[in-house]
Design a protein around this ligand. Sequence first.
Ligand SMILES: [Zn+2]
Ligand SMILES: [Zn+2]
Length: 246
Amino acid sequence: MKLKVLASGSKGNCYILETLAGTLILECGISWKEILLGLNYDISRVIGCLVSHEHKDHSRAIEDVMNAGIDVWTSQGTIEALGIKHYRLKPIKDKDRLLMGDMTILPFEVQHDAKEPLGFLIRNRPTGENLLFITDSYYSKYKFKDLKYIMVECNYIKETLDENIENGYIDQAMKPRLLQSHFSLENVKEFLKTNDLSQCREIVLLHLSDRNSDSEQMMREIREVTGITPKVATRGLEVELNLYPY
Ligand SMILES: [Zn+2]
Ligand SMILES: [Zn+2]
């Protein structure tokens, strides 16, 4: 598998996952023009698009994606919140497994201020590798095992947020929402500690806040608790996710 980051953060999110059987679009929160460019103008290999929730930074191009002939899987709550109808919309829900090309997708509930937000556990059947995708969630009530690759939001560092509020850079009123909607570095560390990472080879940190994050500190602290040096999802990042011999 190969992962390409087209965008990550509050301005837009879109990731492309390529396998031998096809290409999966994870989130479509940028313009269709940018998605097309990221696909090298080749939509023939695209097997579908998964959308985690209705916020524009994850769903901006959803109608263009469907109008281009690509099926979109997302929750019924997200569909209702977006107020859209389209025959290419495929409602999915928590723990309803679905097959897409050579991948098996297990959607699961996440904790975010959206109607029915989902995370996705993606299994590449030919290699048996599991990739966890969890964005826009302030914690996870689920534990996972046998994960090879983890894509997880790491939005802010609590201390940095508090400093920014103290210095007046961030409005105090923003804080309760952030605490109950996005993953802090502290919560990501706790989450990673509670999961079995013995098979894990890559961690990619997503959706970093412009003001309340520090990628160096995040990478260092995640490495300290997991032994894995994470990558930070920035536009243009490509990660080769290969089957590792053990
Ligand atoms: Zn977001
Ligand atoms: Zn969101």
